[in-house]
Write a protein that binds this ligand. Structure first.
Ligand SMILES: [Zn+2]
Length: 198
């Protein structure tokens, strides 16, 4: 245990995802030894990101404006909608350059154990986007794990009566993992080889 503010810093860092007590200590001591100007820059960007970045009112991707860059882009194909769990999945899919449609970010996956059902996700905002017939294909690109599967199965049933083409990514993604950790080639292939969900 350290004194006062140093321990506070270690505690705060330790609450970040993927940062254990040892790493928290290492980062804290790195910051203590760093130049004040460097630490100030990090602090400023943390505050700025919370102040400036919000969520797109259409797809719930992160955005600095009312609508995100992808929703505003007229060159994107409006007939294909890719449903993902988190905005970091959007980043992963964009990296593959395999997809030119638009997205819908659910904000998580169905997980009864964690008390997360469809009502806690942006499912109800998805339906109006499909109402006017512009979207003809919905790609369910949830994570290849239990929660992702449950979410895709739920959405498949929900969308079935709407007469859309509903597809899933091809197998080959590392099972049990997160979409964002798949490499670009594997994810790109999974996209190209997507199959009907029904
Ligand atoms: Zn958007």
């Amino acid at each position: 245990m350290y004194e006062g503010v140093v321990q506070d810093l270690i505690d705060e860092l330790g609450r970040l995802p993927g940062v254990g007590p040892k790493s928290a200590q290492r980062i804290a001591f790195h910051l203590l030894q760093a130049e004040p100007v460097d630490v100030r820059r990090l602090a400023d960007v943390l505050i700025e990101v919370k102040a400036r970045v919000k969520f797109c009112s259409v797809c719930f991707n992160v955005s600095e404006d009312e609508q995100c860059r992808i929703c505003r882009d007229e060159r994107r194909d409006p007939s294909v909608l890719c449903v993902v769990e988190e905005y970091k999945d959007v980043v992963a899919i964009e990296r593959t350059r395999e997809f030119r449609g638009r997205y819908h970010v659910l904000g998580g996956a169905i997980s009864p154990i964690d008390g997360i059902g469809p009502d806690q996700l942006h499912v109800k905002e998805l339906m109006p986007r499909l109402a006017d017939g512009t979207v003809t294909e919905v790609i369910l690109a949830t994570d290849p794990n239990l929660e992702g599967e449950a979410t895709a199965t739920y959405l498949t049933r929900l969308l079935a009566p709407m007469g859309l083409r509903v597809t899933r990514l091809a197998s080959g993604l590392p099972v049990g993992g997160d979409l964002e950790y798949a490499d670009e080639v594997t994810l790109g292939r999974a996209f190209a080889g997507r199959r009907s969900a029904q």
